[in-house]
Design a protein around this ligand. Structure first.
Ligand code: 4NP
Length: 166
């Protein structure tokens, strides 16, 4: 029997800008590494305001320009996601706090990490919310996400039975 996949979940506030972008970038990197069978990617928002909606048009366009397909319908983060995923990446500290509020017994906090911990080319501690800003904010989000996702892929590979073949 093959090993269960390593499950990664990206979480922001609305699940229409940052986390669906991270979801798409990570998915592209996983496919490029031929690891789709071993690494699963999903995203969610701590708020349910945009449930069922496609990602924000500005984020979709910015992602598309870099070759990423953002097509995840928004969904709200659930307490059940804590047990279901192996690595949960919060885009900012408020997201992390809201996720951990659903873990009152502190069973899962070790797998809830800040996305930017995995960046090697940027100093920021959080992925800033681009929703109320201009187009440069979406480009900056993608820069951070491409950086962090490279590190997250390495982290995921360490958890695969044969190190992901590398
Ligand atoms: P996200 O951005 O958390 O990156 O999806 C936001 C999307 C929507 C809102 C805020 C942030 N909003 O206030 O509706």
């Amino acid at each position: 029997m093959s090993a269960p996949p390593f499950r990664i979940l990206f979480v922001c506030l609305g699940n229409i800008c940052r986390s669906p972008a991270a979801h798409a970038v990570m998915q592209a990197m996983v496919e490029k590494a031929d690891l789709s069978q071993h690494i699963q990617v999903d995203s969610a928002g701590t708020a349910g305001w945009h449930t069922g909606k496609m990602p924000d048009d500005r984020m979709r366009r910015a992602g598309q320009t870099r070759g990423y397909r953002l097509d995840h319908p928004a969904r709200q983060f659930l307490a059940a996601d804590l047990a279901r995923h192996d690595l949960i990446l919060a885009m900012d500290c408020a997201n992390r706090r809201d996720i951990l509020a659903l873990d009152p017994e502190n069973l899962f906090s070790q797998k809830v990490r800040l996305f930017c911990e995995f960046c090697t080319q940027h100093e920021e501690a959080e992925v800033p919310d681009p929703y109320y800003g201009g187009p440069e904010g979406f480009e900056h989000v993608l820069d951070l996400i491409e950086d962090g996702c490279r590190g997250i892929l390495q982290e995921a590979k360490r958890h695969l039975p044969d190190g992901g073949g590398s």
